[in-house]
Design a protein around this ligand. Structure first.
Ligand SMILES: CC(C)(COP(=O)(O)OP(=O)(O)OC[C@H]1O[C@@H](n2cnc3c(N)ncnc32)[C@H](O)[C@@H]1OP(=O)(O)O)[C@@H](O)C(=O)NCCC(=O)NCCS
Length: 185
């Protein structure tokens, strides 16, 4: 497996065509896509619509893009994280964090664990200067993950990447405000 990042309980690696059924299963759960839209109903939608832009990130960057999350204890796919520049701006110092996990993996601290590790890698190894994330104002779990990952409220705005557009918040963390974790070892 081509590991991008390892945490206490998770492995993050590139998504591959073999993940099509994992993504179909994830995105066909209405609860999972409740605040983002973009659900899918067929494997073809995954391989023909969702995967091309995801794989395009791997062509462009070694270290930014979408990362499948594998639960180490069970070796199962539990969702994904993204850690990438805005498509238009393509500024690799300003990185958007995102996450989507299977419902049966929620509530275990996985989104926070993966996010903290990505933030640490971004600031420590990848030359990132700011990490930001967006969520609809009613997506309390996502906003809570941002807060627990060290991001702080920046602004309200209208999220137009979803249909219909909705009121959203941006949270962010600048490298100058970042406190790296103390190594318990
Ligand atoms: C958002 C998401 C990734 C969180 O995953 P997770 O692994 O359960 O997150 P964590 O366990 O690390 O942390 C979630 C925190 O939010 C809290 N939380 C969960 N639901 C909540 C709610 N409705 N209101 C307030 N807090 C909530 C949890 O208690 C937890 O905080 P705690 O550790 O202090 O108790 C997951 O819910 C998900 O995949 N949702 C669907 C996709 C999505 O909306 N992604 C974000 C798009 S912006």
């Amino acid at each position: 497996m081509n590991i991008y990042l390892e945490t206490g309980r998770l492995l993050l690696r590139r998504l591959t065509l073999d993940d099509a059924d994992h993504i179909l299963d994830l995105d066909s759960d209405p609860e999972v896509v409740r605040f983002t839209g973009g659900g899918v109903t067929s494997r073809e939608e995954v391989t023909e619509s969702l995967f091309p832009p995801v794989f395009a990130w791997y062509e462009k960057y070694d270290s930014f893009g979408y990362w499948a999350a594998i639960e180490k204890s069970s070796n199962r796919f539990i969702g994904w994280f993204h850690f990438r520049p805005d498509q238009q701006a393509a500024d690799i110092e300003d990185i958007e964090l995102g996450y989507r996990l299977r419902q049966d993996a929620w509530g275990n601290g996985y989104a926070t664990e993966g996010s903290r590790a990505l933030v640490e890698k971004g600031f420590g190894e990848l030359g990132v200067k700011r990490v930001y994330a967006h969520a609809l104002i009613e997506n309390f779990a996502s906003i809570h993950v941002m807060e627990k990952s060290g991001l702080r409220y920046v602004k309200h705005f209208t999220e137009t990447r979803i249909d219909p557009p909705g009121e959203a918040v941006q949270y962010a963390l600048e490298i100058r405000d970042y406190v790296p974790p103390v190594d318990a070892g």
